[in-house]
Design a protein. Structure first.
Length: 276
């Protein structure tokens, strides 16, 4: 059986079609980043809506959303491949829970945002180091086993918590405001894109850098839209902002479910099948 190196550096043989088809993460297309930013914004506004607008409080909101996330992740782990509705529902819920992690530290325990940012940065780095040591890759093109998927979702959780802490720190503690924060993180993502496509830096490293940065971008965007004008926002409120962005996510996910535009490694699967 001949082997060829995959995009993540691992070597795959004639079973590549089966292995690739089992990947649990979508292709990184424009749709991936659109839904990711929408989900991060919902994570910020939905957490505020449940906690403050509905008055559930941090503890009840955290318990309810964590239980919901656990249920959806069980469903995600039980799927045999990438399923857009299940996958993106898990992303939305983990975005909310990641936000609540930071909110509990900041508002519940009084931990400074800078400290929370450092803590989650350390936890994310440790996750990446252990993941790479155990699996030999951090590529999302190889999320094809329960252990790799567990590392993946743990990393996603910490990226959301880190992004929330970093975004709030930049927007609030430094005093530059929500709009300036949106611009700042958008520019940072553009720099990462230039490093990847212009200077051809490592695809895995630049992907995760962009993934982390989209969280504070979305969080700042959510705050910009939902917060009162007196606080530097546009005053749409958490309810309106959450509903608008959830509707946008639903529309895109329905489209992806039927079009399969982001089916993982679709071209490689087709090529492997035609050559066998």
């Amino acid at each position: 059986m001949t082997e060829t190196p995959g995009p993540d550096g691992t070597r795959r043989g004639t079973g590549a079609a089966l292995r690739t088809a089992a990947n649990k993460v979508p292709e990184v297309t424009a749709f991936f980043w659109i839904v990711k930013v929408l989900a991060t914004t919902v994570g910020e506004t939905a957490a505020d809506y449940l906690n403050e607008t509905l008055g559930l409080g941090l503890t009840v909101t955290s318990v309810v959303m964590t239980v919901l996330l656990a249920v959806v992740l069980v469903a995600q782990f039980r799927t045999r491949g990438y399923r857009p509705p299940v996958y993106w529902l898990a992303v939305v819920l983990i975005s909310v829970v990641g936000t609540l992690l930071t909110d509990n530290l900041t508002d519940g325990l009084g931990v400074p945002l800078l400290v929370s940012t450092i803590v989650f940065a350390v936890l994310l780095t440790a996750t990446f180091l252990i993941w790479h040591r155990v699996e030999g890759t951090l590529s999302i093109h190889a999320i094809d086993s329960p252990r790799r998927e567990a590392f993946y979702w743990l990393a996603i959780l910490f990226t959301f918590a880190l992004g929330t802490a970093a975004g709030d720190f930049v927007a609030e503690t430094t005093g530059i405001g929500y709009f300036s924060s949106v611009v700042l993180f958008a520019v940072a993502i553009a720099v990462v894109a230039v490093l990847r496509f212009g200077l051809h830096l490592n695809a895995v490293g630049t992907f995760w850098a962009a993934y982390v940065l989209t969280r504070p971008l979305g969080a700042s965007l959510g705050d910009l839209l939902s917060q009162d004008r007196a606080d530097g926002g546009l005053g749409l409120g958490t309810t309106v902002t959450s509903v608008l962005f959830l509707a946008a996510i639903l529309a895109v996910v329905v489209y992806l479910s039927f079009s399969r535009m982001d089916a993982p490694d679709r071209r490689r699967v087709s090529a492997a099948a035609s050559s066998s």
